[in-house]
Design a protein around this ligand. Structure first.
Ligand code: AMP
Length: 310
């Protein structure tokens, strides 16, 4: 760690703290993610190595945060070894960015063009991951890092921590946010696929404008699976066997109140019709009908976007 200067805590994920630091040799700002390791007789767990190699494999996209290096500290008699993942540093994350704008007396929400641009980049990043067979499973605004000056969005936190120490010892309130998690995961399905990430993208799209009021309703308290599972059904209606075959047989299914599907356009009044259509395709209960990242990129909602910048 003597290679780095000016360590300052900037965040906390489920599995460790994140520090901003300066690389003494290059003067470059980096983000250090500190992870305590339970190293057994076999060395670093294979899951850890696999996750790191995934991040290295995804390096080719600018919409995925770049892992610069991995540093392992020595095990001492009174301390466990610590693994530091060294990432490129970005100014902020989407949650902090949205919160700061909501508190600002001048601009309360993201402009429609900003939302369109961030959503496009998010779909580009997700498409890149899916093309390489990688599921993120935990997309949420906290895991989307922003370069504010260049208006670039990058996906971070590839469930790396989950592979390192499982199960997590405790959840820090506010760190684990379940409301972006796909309904099939919350209902206990063990067979899920790329659609889970597209569901999360839909939820992120839904909360990105402060006028999408229904989507933001109670979002802070949605850290419990029981609350999170009814978050979208309260807007889109209780899932039925007709729209999502097999839903009532999923492990954690309960007899939920019968919410009627509401018009998404009414829940998101400031969203133009193409945006409402894309949102509804991302929030399809049946994963087989949910739009893919590739299809989303070709959706008419992005027609007005200047794609040459990407
Ligand atoms: P994570 O454990 O990856 O979810 O990170 C927790 C928080 O630390 C994020 O929500 C960000 O606010 C911050 N963070 C993580 N990685 C970076 C990075 N590369 N640059 C700047 N901030 C980061």
């Amino acid at each position: 760690m003597e290679k780095y200067d000016n360590l300052e805590k900037i965040g906390e994920g489920t599995y460790g703290k994140v520090y901003k630091a300066t690389d003494k040799a290059t003067g470059r700002l980096v983000a250090l993610k500190k992870m305590h390791l339970e190293i057994g007789d076999q060395g670093i767990p294979p899951t850890t190595l696999r996750e790191i190699s995934l991040l290295k494999m995804l390096y080719m996209s600018i919409y995925v945060v770049h892992l610069l290096s991995v540093e392992l500290t020595e095990k001492t008699s009174n301390s466990k070894p610590v693994l530091f993942l060294v990432f490129e540093h970005l100014d902020t994350d989407l949650k902090k960015y949205m919160d700061s704008r909501r508190c600002s007396p001048v601009s309360k929400s993201l402009s429609p063009s900003r939302i369109q641009s961030f959503l496009y980049q998010l779909c580009m990043g997700v498409f890149h991951c899916h093309r390489h067979g990688v599921l993120h499973r935990d997309l949420k605004p906290q895991n989307l890092l922003l370069d504010q000056r260049r208006g670039i969005l990058k996906i971070a936190d590839f469930g790396l921590g989950r592979a390192l120490i499982f199960p997590p010892k405790s959840y820090t309130p506010g760190v684990v946010t379940l409301c972006y998690r796909a309904l099939e995961i919350l209902l206990g399905s063990t067979h899920y696929s790329f659609g889970v990430d597209m569901w999360s993208v839909g939820c992120i799209f839904g909360v990105s404008d402060s006028s999408f009021l229904s989507f933001r309703l109670n979002i802070i308290s949605l850290n419990h699976a029981a609350d999170a599972v009814i978050f979208i059904p309260r807007i889109c209606g209780t899932p039925t066997e007709e729209v999502r075959p097999g839903v009532t047989s999923l492990r954690d299914w309960h007899a939920y109140p019968q919410w009627k599907p509401r018009n998404l356009g009414l829940a998101a009044p400031s969203l133009e019709p193409d945006g409402v259509d894309l949102l509804s395709k991302m929030l399809k209960y049946n994963p087989a009908e949910r739009t893919s990242a590739k299809e989303a990129l070709d959706h008419p909602y992005f027609r007005s976007l200047d794609k040459s910048q990407f």
